[in-house]
Write a protein that binds this ligand. Structure first.
Ligand code: PMP
Length: 329
């Protein structure tokens, strides 16, 4: 399979000024990604499994130029795939919100996921990406033709961060759009360049990730994860207001912590609340539950509630009751 990208760093891409107009910055991640070889990958597309980075679009494909694609991200690790059913159901809901047809049932996605995962080692750490897109336009050139919906399930090796891996975060000058200015009800590919700009800007300032505010100035989420903080034994997290992804891992961790008797308040929070927090941690499918160990120049320790959340999540992932839809074997 020929490589799509060059194998060496290809230089810098100058983007101009950040939204606050303060400084020029460069999208360093572009060079880094271009230098990264593909990890082992299997994709179910057009009725068969393909190894490697199988081409799925053409020059005329609607999604390729008009951004009409939706995806989800589930995980396989340590022989389990927690909440795989919820990720499959979400990609089908996303398809409808993007005017596509969710032509694969949740059970079909799950069956294919198990089949695909068995191509890797039993304990492989994998990312599972169910993906729908429009092949052609509908009644207008920008509107996707639902009856042209295509799909694939791409599965690839992606190591989980070690449990001790703490994140540094800062405030991004980029904000989440409002629900009437972007298709926020879908987990859509077209939403992510804004997050990419935010993360690249934070990366250029030496941070791993960044807090994005909504248009009202409340904390929404990180570039690719949800955010929690704790103070005086109480956990606080932004209340879903339609501007950010109310993540599946977020909802799971809230449920698990409440079952452990932890008080969790979903409310509007400012950046200053996080700066003054005793603990901060994040949830997301990629690395599940991770501690924040630095916010701007303030250092934090992975805290008691972070540890409780992570342990509860791992216990849930391996519990016999949650295995029905999640076991990889
Ligand atoms: N916010 C954004 C923008 C994300 O991309 C993700 C990862 N899917 C999350 C939050 C976390 O969501 P989930 O727990 O459903 O993976």
């Amino acid at each position: 399979m020929p490589r799509v990208f060059p194998t060496k760093p290809v230089g810098w891409l100058r983007l101009g000024t950040s939204p606050d107009g303060r400084k020029n910055f460069r999208l360093r991640r572009w060079a880094v990604m271009a230098a990264t070889p593909w990890s082992r990958t299997w994709t179910f597309f057009d009725g068969a499994w393909h190894e490697g980075n199988v081409p799925i679009m053409g020059a005329r494909t609607h999604a390729a130029w008009a951004g009409t694609s939706v995806f989800d991200g589930a995980r396989a690790f340590e022989g389990v795939m927690p909440d795989l059913d919820l990720h499959c159901a979400r990609v089908n809901r996303s398809a409808q919100k993007m005017m596509l047809a969710p032509v694969v049932t949740v059970d079909e996605w799950i069956g294919l996921a198990k089949e695909g995962v068995s191509k890797f080692g039993a304990k492989a750490e994998l990312y599972l990406r169910p993906f729908y897109w429009a092949e052609a336009a509908g009644f207008s050139s920008v509107v996707p033709g639902a009856d042209t919906t295509r799909w694939c399930l791409c599965i690839y090796e992606a190591p989980m961060a070690p449990p001790t891996n703490g994140l540094s975060i800062t405030l991004s000058p980029y904000r989440r759009p409002t629900p009437d200015s972007a298709p926020l009800e879908a987990k859509a590919g077209c939403l992510y360049p804004n997050n990419a700009l935010a993360m690249a800007e934070a990366h250029d300032r030496g941070f791993d990730n960044c807090v994005m505010l909504d248009q009202q100035g409340f904390v929404a989420e990180l570039g690719i994860a949800n955010l929690f903080m704790a103070k005086d034994g109480v956990v606080f997290t932004p209340v879903p207001n339609g501007t950010f992804l109310d993540g599946i891992t977020r909802q799971r961790v809230i449920k698990l912590l409440r079952e452990e008797g932890v008080e969790i308040v979903e409310t509007s929070l400012g950046y200053a609340d996080f700066v003054a927090a005793e603990e901060i941690f994040t949830t997301g499918n990629l690395h599940k539950v991770q501690p924040v160990v630095r916010i701007d120049d303030r250092l934090l320790q992975p805290g008691r509630i972070f540890r409780k959340a992570r342990e509860a999540y791992w216990a849930y992932a391996h519990a016999p009751t949650s295995k029905a839809a999640s076991e990889t074997a």
